[in-house]
Design a protein around this ligand. Structure first.
Ligand code: MN
Ligand code: MN
Length: 466
């Protein structure tokens, strides 16, 4: 045997294999991924905002035997329950053979995505055009949200307390809405501005009407009045009702396969429905697990996880306490023995913008589920850095079950950064690590993920639940 082949042999033994991911995946597994993603695309298209994601998740859960959780009820192994937080977050638990006594397994993803929200007093008319004023939600590149069809989703609570759900533009027979931008001919000055300043947040006003109400007398604001009349006829609302509403503009397009080989899915809100759906399906398909398993789909991650539907609220903690109490266990002791996969997307390496990534620690499309030991920014600030022990446990779980995985750090050390809900879970004294799907064009109105990666992420959750 010559020296070269000896080195080759040693490399095979000691190095991370060079050929991995989809390159060595079996055809039948890729087909399974394609099939799984048909369900995912439906979920994505039905879940642009968190309330809709809760509704669609609930529908799937009910179809699969989940029942509403009742406090102080004694549950048995295999029982499946759901628990909804203010219509904007949902927990799904499958009671394990050991119940909660050895801790619970948590998979947590978020179902809110960056978008454009209405202001509390949104409606105005200017030069015979009617607009909604907005305040964007989450981290967006503002220019990406102009000159594209938008749809309106949300809920209005009227003065008498009744609630109206509004959804306009999903069906192509319905109208859509749009934020205008300057024509290039008159954009010489705008074009010299920094990208972050080219579109003013205060100018993200959405065009909602152009025809005045016919009027004999010399009234002003007739276009606005006409729009308000249409809304009043359809939903019974008046201008003041916008104060007690949550209305959001999201991109109008549905998810689509991308590329001649259809290997990718393009769509709005992959962050983080692409982790929410696999976590949901793992709860549905996990059978009767050893320990109680909980999938929690949370809200408000994109704005810092604050608020009572965000991960910093005690909702999930109290749910675990309730499950513990029914087993005669102390809630804090159950949490202290619990383990969590914090399911969130990460930035896939983009060859066109290679300079912001550190190639050895970036995640890649079609290389499987990502484990991120830590997120945060410069000097590991604002992150829960998973322990070597927990990383070891998750790594061997993935390897032993032939789940394709990769490491993923969010860009070069000094470039930027980002956070997830992992640190809030860690605060409950739970072992936690980030795990999820690589995304191209994250936070854009049209994000890309690989079907293969989505499926490997599902397999990771399902194996974790055991
Ligand atoms: Mn996310
Ligand atoms: Mn995000």
């Amino acid at each position: 045997m010559d020296e070269k082949s000896k080195a080759k042999q040693l490399k095979e033994k000691l190095f991370i294999p060079a050929k991995k991911g989809i390159c060595i995946a079996k055809e039948k597994d890729i087909n399974k991924a394609d099939e799984f993603c048909e369900g995912y695309k439906k979920f994505l298209d039905n879940s642009p905002v968190e309330r809709e994601a809760v509704r669609y998740s609930l529908k799937l859960a009910k179809e699969n035997g989940f029942k509403e959780f009742e406090q102080d009820k004694k549950y048995n192994p295999g029982d499946k329950v759901y628990y909804i937080n203010r219509d904007k977050a949902i927990a799904l638990a499958v009671i394990g053979k050991n119940g909660t006594k050895n801790g619970v397994k948590l998979s947590i993803a978020h179902i809110d995505s960056p978008r454009v929200d209405l202001k509390p007093n949104p409606m105005y008319e200017d030069n015979n055009l009617a607009y909604f004023k907005t305040h964007y939600y989450g981290g967006i590149k503002k220019y990406q949200w102009t000159v594209m069809p938008l749809t309106l989703h949300g809920t209005v609570v009227k003065l008498d307390g009744t609630k109206v759900d509004i959804c306009v533009g999903d069906d192509e027979s319905e109208p859509c809405f749009c934020i205008t931008d300057l024509l290039p001919h008159l954009a010489r000055e705008q074009a010299t501005k920094k990208m972050s300043q080219a579109i003013d947040g205060e100018n993200l006003n959405v065009l909602i009407g152009s025809r005045p109400l016919k009027s004999e007398d010399d009234e002003s604001d007739l276009v606005k009045l006409n729009v308000m009349k249409i809304l009043n006829e359809k939903y019974g609302i008046c201008e003041g009702d916008f104060l007690s509403a949550e209305l959001c503009f999201v991109p109008a397009q549905k998810s689509r396969d991308v590329g001649f080989d259809r290997g990718l899915i393009g769509g709005y809100g992959h962050d983080d429905k692409v982790c929410a759906y696999p976590a949901l399906m793992a709860a549905i398909n996990c059978g009767v697990p050893e320990n109680t398993c909980i999938t929690y789909l949370t809200d408000k991650e994109e704005t810092g996880s604050d608020g009572n539907t965000g991960m910093q609220s005690d909702f999930l903690r109290y749910f675990v306490y309730d499950l513990a109490k029914a087993d005669g266990e102390e809630g804090y002791r159950v949490l202290s023995k619990s383990k969590c996969l914090s399911a969130d997307v990460n930035a896939a390496f983009d060859p066109i913008y290679a300079s912001v990534y550190e190639a050895k620690n970036a995640s890649y499309i079609n290389q499987g589920v990502i484990i991120s030991k830590y997120t945060g920014h410069g000097g590991k600030y604002d992150t829960s850095d998973a322990s070597a022990e927990y990383m070891g446990e998750i790594r061997s779980m993935l390897e032993n079950n032939n789940i394709t995985w990769q490491v993923g750090e969010l860009g070069k050390v000094d470039i930027g950064g980002g956070g997830t809900i992992a640190k809030y879970v860690a605060n409950m004294n739970v072992d936690v690590v980030d795990l999820g799907v690589p995304v191209l064009s994250m936070h854009a109105p049209f994000e890309l993920v690989s079907k293969f990666d989505v499926y490997e992420t599902y397999r990771a959750f399902l194996t974790f639940f055991g």
